[in-house]
Design a protein around this ligand. Sequence first.
Ligand SMILES: [Zn+2]
Length: 152
Amino acid sequence: MTLEERQAAAPREACGYCMGGELLGAYGIKICDLSVSQLILFKEQSHPGRCIVAYKDHVSEIVDISPEERAAFMEDIARAAKAIHAAFHPEKINYGAYSDKLSHLHFHLAPKYVDGPDYGGTFQMNPGKVYLSEAEYAQMVEALRKELKAEN
Ligand SMILES: [Zn+2]
């Protein structure tokens, strides 16, 4: 499939990262903007602290952006990972950029814990098991914001 075909199949108007609101709210909570991306808390929290770093534009592939933008995007991902490590102390963070059906470049940052799910293997795309209260989500968002701030 060409880039044009992929984007026609999953237009901006149907994209939570571009449109925000209810489309994003179905699976995520925006935490903040980073330099060329947005940091989003993934509502499904089987992997405590799981986040998404979504590139600022509706592009499909890591090869669709310039080397400078790519470097800045990786820097954003590293910043988010640092904050997750500091706030939630996982053993390891897994990085997944799948998005076969939605052409918007983003990485899942899935913290892994020795006694937690999928440790030593591939994290599930969306286990659909663990959802938190609004207060618990707010607490996680706050913890991540605090760590991001502390870095600067
Ligand atoms: Zn998009």
